[in-house]
Design a protein around this ligand. Structure first.
Ligand code: FEO
Length: 413
């Protein structure tokens, strides 16, 4: 994808990446992902974020720079808002191509430039309040926003254009579909971006939600006209829309989220699946939106997104070798790690010789701020009486969820 102008002498020079390689080695990107890099030109030239060698991204970056008349030798500064290698993997190569370019990042970031790439020379640590004057009216001001999502994270604000280069904050999975800007998205693309943004947030950022709220507060006095994150859309038409989305997401693990139910289930021989049908009948009768995910068949990131967004959560998995069916346990462990908190929850599952899944469930759910209905575990195939109880579990949970007010608003963009 070719370079795109954001403002006078400010350009996007990143890459759309389409690969079967997993993001962070865990998360699939079936819709691709963007590695956003930017150039700000004054008398001096700064590149903000790089790429990693991934689906041709480093070549794309060099070609985009070349299309603007910039060779690596012309680069004076490389600014890293965040050191994760999806944005910095090209550092060693670029240091060879552009030996005079000074790297700017936070103090903690400098330790990672050394740790990942063995580079100590020509690295400048900056902190909140520091600025970089590029000449010709262009300057970058830095603000640290630690733990969004790594400790060394900062943002860079270009004053003359009002562009906030926000790193992973306000980012999203998903490749561009024709335009990099929010205000050029057709209506049909908006659900795509909402889904990919939420999946990104739940998978990458959710654990650090309190720091997201602190970061948004720290940035509130900056007159932001455009938000340019390191993944996903550039928010030019309505930067407040993405701030509102991130506020909404960050609050999903502070209180009960949207009046919806996410059901996660797995079944070895169909016994737990029979109970699933009864539970779903109960939910459907109450008219509550429901997302249903089978493990291990579906990827965890899609389950995380729907579970994170829903106020209601039902987990139905059998016992396997005296403990929880392993794919279900993995999802539950991710819920713990990603702070999928404050849910109305139901649990059910079949066992053979002995139970064990519920013991794992009880252990993993104890610090999750969950309101849990009476679990429903049973030996073998559920009786008609048990199936009636399962349907009532669905009804009870759906009714609790219906009392929760929707948090979703149409954030216009
Ligand atoms: Fe996109 Fe946390 O790196």
């Amino acid at each position: 994808m070719a370079a795109v102008k954001l403002a006078d002498n400010v350009y996007w020079v990143g890459a759309n990446v389409h690969t079967e390689d997993l993001f962070e080695g865990i998360w699939p990107t079936p819709n691709g992902v963007t590695l956003n890099a930017y150039v700000v030109k004054g008398e001096k030239t700064a590149v903000i974020e790089l790429v990693r060698e991934w689906g041709g991204a480093s070549l794309t970056l060099l070609q985009n720079l070349k299309s603007l008349g910039i060779t690596p030798h012309d680069i004076d500064y490389i600014v890293f808002n965040h050191l994760e290698p999806d944005h910095t993997g090209f550092t060693s190569t670029l240091r060879n191509l552009a030996p005079k370019a000074e790297i700017l990042c936070t103090q903690r970031g400098a330790a990672l430039v050394d740790g990942f790439y063995g580079i100590k020379d020509n690295v400048r640590a900056v902190k909140t309040g520091d600025t970089l004057d590029l000449g010709q009216g262009k300057a970058l001001a830095f603000t640290e926003i630690p733990h969004v999502h790594w400790p060394e994270t900062m943002v860079s604000f270009e004053r003359s254009s009002g562009i906030l280069f926000s790193g992973d904050a306000f980012g999203s999975f998903g490749a561009f579909r024709g335009s990099i800007f929010d205000d050029e998205q057709p209506t049909v693309n908006k659900s795509y971006w909402e889904a990919e943004m939420l999946r990104y947030y739940a998978s990458i950022v959710a654990t650090f939600s309190p720091h997201v709220l602190k970061a948004i507060d720290a940035l509130k006095d900056i007159d932001v006209k455009m938000i340019a994150p390191s993944h996903g859309l550039i928010w030019r038409g309505c930067p407040q829309a993405v701030i509102n989305k991130y506020l909404r997401y960050a609050n999903y693990n502070k209180d009960f989220a949207e009046p919806e139910v996410c059901v996660v289930w797995g079944s070895m021989y169909g016994n737990t699946e029979v109970m699933l049908s009864a539970v779903l009948r109960g939910i459907a009768g109450e008219g509550v939106p429901v997302k249903v995910h089978r493990v291990p068949n579906e990827d965890a990131s899609f389950i995380l997104a729907d579970a994170y967004r829903a106020a209601g959560l039902i987990i139905g998995v059998p016992t396997y070798e005296y403990s929880m069916f392993p794919p279900g346990r993995y999802i539950l462990e991710l819920f713990v790690k990603k702070h999928v908190w404050y849910k109305k929850v139901g649990f059910f599952g079949s066992y053979g010789w002995s139970g064990g899944a519920q013991k794992d469930f009880d252990e993993l759910s104890k610090n999750m701020h969950w309101d849990i209905l009476d679990p429903l575990t049973f030996r073998g195939y559920p009786t008609p009486e048990l199936l009636e109880k399962g349907e009532q579990m669905g009804v009870a949970l759906a009714r609790q969820v219906k009392e929760i007010l929707p948090k979703t608003r149409d954030e216009e963009y």
